[in-house]
Design a binder for this molecule. Structure first.
Ligand SMILES: [Zn+2]
Length: 233
C-alpha cells in the first residue's frame, strides 16, 4: 500500500485534480473530423493561372474521424479536384475537358491527316495530283516534314480500320471556329478536285468531314459548291 501511495503522490498535480470523487480518473479524449486527400492520378492540364500546360495531380478526398489528431476511421467521400503542381491552384474536374496547348497544336495536323486520307480513299488514292494536294494541305496544317511515304503509311492504317479514322476530327471540331471549319473543308474538297470533278463518293466524304466538324448539311453543300466553282473559274 505504501508503494501505491507513493506512486500516486508522484503524479502531476494537474492529473490528480481531474480525479472524480468516486475515485475514477477522467480521461481527456480529443477527437474531430478532417478531410484527407490522396493522389489518384496525374497528367497534363492547361493551367489558366500559369498560362500554359503544367503537370497536375488528381486528388480525391475523404472525411476521417480523428483521435488525438490521428485519422482512425474513414467516413464519407469529400469530392475530388485536380491541382496544378507548379502553382498549387485547384480546379474542378471539368478543366480536363479543355484541350491543352499541346493538344490544340496537334489537333489541326491530325484532323487534316484524317480528312485527307478519307477524301483520298473515297477517290483514287494512287492519283499523284490528289496525293500532292493532300501532302501540301497536311504540311500547311503543321506537319512540315510530311511526305509521300508518310501518306502511304497513313492510308494503309486507315484501310486497316483499326482506329476510328474520323476521331481526330471530333477533337478538332471543339476548337475550330466556323470560318476556320469552312476553310478546312474547302482544303479537303480541293484534294478531291485535284484530279478532276468530285465523284459521288468524294462528295459523300466531304459531307462526312463537314458533319464531323459540326456543320449542317446545307452549310456543307454551300462550301463544297463554292470551292468547286472557284476551282473551275
Ligand atoms: Zn499553375
Amino acid at each position: 500500500m505504501i508503494g501505491t501511495y507513493r506512486r500516486r503522490a508522484g503524479k502531476p498535480a494537474g492529473r490528480r485534480r481531474r480525479e472524480r470523487p468516486g475515485g475514477s480518473a477522467a480521461v481527456l479524449v480529443i477527437f474531430g473530423i478532417r478531410v484527407l486527400y490522396r493522389v489518384v492520378g496525374r497528367g497534363l492540364l492547361h493551367c489558366q493561372r500559369c498560362g500554359g500546360d503544367r503537370p497536375y495531380r488528381h486528388r480525391a478526398g475523404r472525411h476521417w474521424l480523428t483521435l488525438f489528431f490521428i485519422p482512425v476511421i474513414p467516413l464519407t467521400k469529400a469530392g475530388e479536384h485536380v491541382q496544378c503542381t507548379e502553382c498549387g491552384t485547384c480546379y474542378r474536374m471539368g478543366v480536363l475537358d479543355l484541350p491543352t496547348v499541346a493538344q490544340m497544336q496537334a489537333a489541326l495536323p491530325a484532323g487534316m491527316t484524317a480528312a485527307a486520307t478519307t477524301m483520298l480513299r473515297a477517290g483514287d488514292p494512287g492519283s499523284s495530283l490528289a496525293r500532292r494536294r493532300a501532302i501540301s494541305a497536311i504540311r500547311e496544317a503543321g506537319l512540315e516534314g510530311y511526305d509521300d511515304d508518310a501518306l502511304t503509311a497513313d492510308l494503309a492504317l486507315a484501310a486497316e480500320g483499326i482506329e476510328d479514322e474520323q476521331a481526330p476530327l471530333a477533337s478538332l471540331a471543339v476548337q475550330l471556329a466556323l470560318p476556320a471549319a469552312e476553310w478546312f473543308l474547302a482544303d479537303v474538297v480541293r484534294i478531291g478536285l485535284a484530279d478532276g470533278p468530285l465523284t459521288a463518293a468524294e462528295r459523300r466524304a466531304a459531307a462526312e468531314v463537314a458533319a464531323r466538324l459540326g456543320m449542317t448539311p446545307a452549310h456543307a453543300r454551300g462550301v463544297i459548291s463554292m470551292t468547286e466553282e472557284s476551282a473551275t473559274a
